[in-house]
Design a protein around this ligand. Structure first.
Ligand code: GLC
Length: 510
């Protein structure tokens, strides 16, 4: 019997979206080609492979590349030049010049570097006072740092002579670029035709500041305060939602969810008011980067047609972690930030019941100390069965995706999530809660599913599905079919990139 006091969240409504496993709301547009190249500028606070703290970086890196493969688009990306940017790229940066950027009464130095990655041009905004610090975020003056960045973006357009057709901003750190464009810069003719798109990767982080810094720090005249003011604060994400001509988020289900109070994190009324311009477009992953057939991090390579190498990866992973080398024991893995919305309370509630069976559990991640301590202690109590690695390690994560049989991702909310897609591609069958992009990318075992899903945020429901998955695992042929199905699911960017391209062109018709 399961305990009564298992985590059960009644205020967590499951949201209906018409189709299961939809990539966006409508049929994908046909291949797009236009006569004059359309100029797209991504404004973001991180991008792979230069600097990454999470999924946002991967999306910026791979979506910009995917769109740039269409010759109709000239795609450029602008980022802050952080101290932590990977050194191997820095040496090839080309210095373009410098200018002064006025942020209210401050006048700041701004250097510009350029780097060409395939078809995509990257610009890096240099200011050592703001960006020569370890790590990207977490400073008392983050508001000012990213306001400077956004203001610099506006000025750099003129400096490099690249006025985009579309200014595509991502998350709160770049929100002010859309706001500056539609307020302070509207009087300048070169800026008037630029259309702004704002993408919400995670509505939890909104960029909230006290009202009194609007003019003094952000340099936005008080007459525009209604755009940014919300709940007696300046809310940068709200400002971009109001100012952008189009609003997107990273899965169709999340687009529905953020209209509700639980998921909207206070912004749901603003989303609802702007729902006419909201589009949910499911992220993809970079299939070249995440390919078990070529990934050099793996102990052995394999593909959906020849999975032999996966057994090697599993055995080597078990060996590396000092686990008994047992092909018959399913390896359940989690690779996650250790924070509450990743559903870790559900795992805590039932993991010991799961561990009564012949399974192995591997967890990789960093985050809140309560979870770090809990899972470290769990590994101590279950030697030979549980491994906890408190770290963020790309190489190790790939070895785990390749060696695992089942990948657990029971998030309370998940705008899109990339790990479930990477896991599937590496043949670690995903078991997810039906929320956000998890619902749109993983379909339940049975008819034609590529993984396992449960609906309510409830530990006993999750346990039930874990047991179902372990049952299927024991039926070798069934499991092999499911692994192949998961590996063959198309998570590439090709379809989603077309939605963005279609959206850009539609905006430019107006
Ligand atoms: C954020 C979201 C995650 C999404 C990623 C990329 O990190 O939390 O769900 O996959 O952005 O859009």
């Amino acid at each position: 019997m399961y305990d009564d006091n298992m985590t059960n969240c009644d205020d967590l409504p499951a949201v209906e979206v018409k189709d299961h496993a939809v990539r966006a709301e409508k049929e994908p547009p046909a291949e797009i080609s236009v006569e004059a190249k359309k100029k797209i500028l991504f404004v973001a606070s991180e991008a792979s492979p230069f600097i990454a703290t999470g999924g946002l970086a991967e999306v910026i890196g791979s979506l910009s590349e995917a769109i740039s493969e269409n010759a109709s688009f000239d795609v450029r990306v602008i980022l802050p030049l952080y101290q932590d940017i990977r050194k191997e790229f820095r040496k090839d940066y080309r210095y373009i010049g410098n200018l002064n950027v006025a942020l209210s009464w401050r006048n700041q130095y701004c250097g510009i570097f350029e780097y060409r990655a395939g078809n995509v041009t990257y610009y890096f905004v240099d200011n050592e006072y703001y960006f020569k610090r370890p790590s990207c975020y977490g400073y008392y003056d983050d508001g000012e740092r990213f306001a400077f960045f956004c203001r610099a973006v506006m000025e750099i357009l003129g400096f490099v002579g690249f006025y985009p057709d579309i200014l595509h901003c991502h998350d709160w750190q770049s929100a002010l670029a859309a706001v500056y464009l539609k307020t302070v810069y509207q009087s300048r003719p070169e800026y008037r035709a630029i259309r702004a798109v704002f993408t919400i990767h995670n509505i939890e982080y909104q960029g909230q500041y006290s009202l009194d810094i609007l003019e003094d720090l952000f340099g936005i005249p008080f007459r525009f305060s209604n755009l940014l003011e919300y709940d007696r604060c300046i809310n940068l994400m709200k400002g971009a939602i109001e100012c952008a001509e189009a609003l997107t988020t990273v899965s169709p289900t999340y687009a529905e969810e953020i209209k509700r109070p639980f998921y909207g994190k206070g912004l749901d009324p603003i989303i609802l008011r702007n729902e006419g311009k909201l589009h949910g477009i499911l992220n993809g992953i970079d299939n070249k980067l995440y390919d078990p057939a070529t990934d050099p991090a793996l102990f052995a390579n394999y593909s959906a047609d020849d999975v032999a190498g996966k057994a090697v990866c599993k055995a080597e992973l078990q060996k590396m972690f000092g686990l008994p080398i047992k092909p018959e024991a399913p390896v359940i893995a989690m690779i996650s930030r250790l924070v509450s919305h990743k559903g870790l309370d559900l795992v805590k509630d039932v993991i010991e019941q799961v561990l009564k069976q012949d399974v192995q559990f591997i967890l990789l991640g960093t985050g809140d100390s309560t979870y770090e301590n809990y899972f470290t202690d769990l590994a101590r109590r279950y030697p030979g069965k549980v491994v906890t690695v408190i770290s963020f390690n790309a190489d190790l994560s790939r070895k785990i995706y390749a060696g695992a049989d089942l990948f657990l991702m029971p998030s309370k909310s998940e705008p899109c999530g990339l790990s479930q897609m990477i896991a599937s591609r590496y043949g670690a069958v995903a078991l997810v809660r039906e929320t956000g992009g998890l619902k749109d990318s993983i379909t339940p075992y049975g008819a034609d599913g590529n993984g396992f899903t449960f609906r309510e945020y409830n530990a006993s429901d999750m346990l039930y599905v874990i047991n179902e998955a372990l049952g299927v695992y024991r039926k070798k042929d069934e499991w092999a079919k499911l692994v192949k199905k998961a590996m063959e699911t198309d998570f590439s960017w090709s379809t989603s990139a077309k939605y963005y391209e279609g959206l850009y062109l539609k905006l430019l018709e107006k």
